[in-house]
Design a protein around this ligand. Structure first.
Ligand SMILES: NC(=O)c1ccc[n+]([C@@H]2O[C@H](COP(=O)([O-])OP(=O)(O)OC[C@H]3O[C@@H](n4cnc5c(N)ncnc54)[C@H](O)[C@@H]3O)[C@@H](O)[C@H]2O)c1
Length: 352
């Protein structure tokens, strides 16, 4: 097991390879009342109903997937917290994928202006990305993740055994974020994935991949908690990725959209950051090796709509879309002045 420290408003540790049941027992000893938040799949798999029959442990079962990150679900959590008189010394534990930890963390951030919360991520995306860094939030009609708060958990336990039940599709979607981390900071991640035999090889290396990815994310967010500039490098692949996710009405997994976005950002990097075309080809084949999409079908998206969605990206300044690219593997760069013509030319290269 590795304990990785993250610096934030209050520093915390991410246990990679810990046992989530021991982790939960330790939390139970620290607080008088605990609310567990989990989707029904996790509630059944972990027999959470049985655990919550004892003591001051309460359970809130969320809808599955992205649907739980909505205001009505959040309001139902607040109602429960109010009914059970949760106070400042009580806590929330979110067990589930990134959607659940985003929701649970935001419920904790907003109740009594902030109570303690803990994350037990159960997906690869949740372990390497969503539960580390303190971004919490929900989706609204205005857009995805636009309502939220920087609010760190007290501790995170990434118990790798959860990944055994994860579908190959969800595992691969998480790998897109792992590959991203490799290209912006840690080449040893790329070596592991290059030599892995497909998805099963990557599953076998999960502990190493999660440890390395969390180490990179924690060092970046520790240096720039509120996304001044450095933290933006974690957005490699996300500018087009978020636009595709929204435009596909979330039929694409977050990691799948990011995968296409990574390929696109690499093509842009060739023009704007002098990235060698060979690196783009390597990145493209690594993504494809794990069944991730690297392009979009002709006619399936409206480029003008994607452009307008990208203008709404949090990194945009005065209408100028900004991207994170790479100058070479391990060396990220900022692309601040790509013209619409260049964006269209790169988009045409990813049409299939
Ligand atoms: N806060 C952040 O910094 C941050 C970073 C990245 C992503 N996110 C958010 O995270 C979400 C995406 O994460 P995700 O892919 O984990 O989404 P998710 O929580 O929707 O989980 C994906 C699917 O996996 C299932 N699942 C969860 N654990 C499982 C397990 N152990 N075995 C089998 N199935 C399991 C879920 O039921 C769901 O259907 C998005 O909402 C995204 O915005 C947040």
């Amino acid at each position: 097991m590795a304990n990785i420290s993250v610096r934030a408003e209050v520093d915390y540790e991410v246990q990679v390879g810990g046992d989530w049941k021991i982790f939960l027992d330790n939390i139970l000893a620290l607080h008088k009342k605990i609310l567990l938040i989990a989707p029904s799949f996790i509630v059944e798999a972990a027999s959470l109903q049985a655990i919550t029959r004892a003591g001051n442990l309460f359970l809130f079962v969320t809808p599955d997937g992205e649907a739980q990150k909505d205001f009505l679900t959040l309001e139902r959590i607040w109602t429960l917290l109010g009914r059970e008189e949760f106070g400042r010394t009580d806590a929330i534990v979110a067990i589930g994928g990134g959607a659940t930890t985003d929701l649970g963390g935001f419920a904790a951030a907003t109740w009594l202006r902030g109570i303690a919360w803990y994350a037990i991520p159960t997906t690869l995306a949740g372990m390497v990305d969503a539960s580390v860094g303190g971004k919490t939030g929900i989706n609204t009609s205005a857009g995805k993740n636009l309502v939220g708060s920087f609010y760190s958990p007290r501790a995170v336990c990434a118990d790798i055994s959860w990944l055994n039940s994860l579908s190959d599709r969800d595992f691969s979607a998480g790998l897109a974020e792992v590959i991203k981390v490799g290209y912006i900071r840690d080449l040893s991640i790329l070596e592991i994935l290059q030599s892995a035999e497909g998805i099963s090889g990557a599953r076998a290396a999960a502990l190493q991949l999660v440890s390395k990815s969390v180490a990179v994310k924690s060092s970046v967010v520790s240096a720039d908690f509120k996304e001044g500039r450095l933290r933006e490098i974690l957005n490699f692949g996300h500018t087009l990725g978020h636009a595709l996710e929204k435009s596909s009405a979330y039929s694409l997994r977050h990691g799948e959209a990011v995968s296409v976005g990574l390929h696109f950002a690499a093509l842009l990097s060739e023009s704007e950051l002098e990235l060698s075309g060979e690196v783009t080809l390597q990145l493209r084949s690594l993504l494809a090796k794990f069944g991730l999409p690297v392009g979009v079908e002709q006619g399936s998206y409206d480029f003008e709509e994607l452009l307008s969605l990208m203008k709404g990206d949090k990194k945009s300044r005065d209408g100028q879309i900004r991207f994170i690219g790479v100058k070479s593997p391990g060396e990220p760069g900022w692309i601040d002045s790509a013209t619409p013509e260049l964006l269209r030319a790169c988009y045409e290269k990813i049409l299939q």
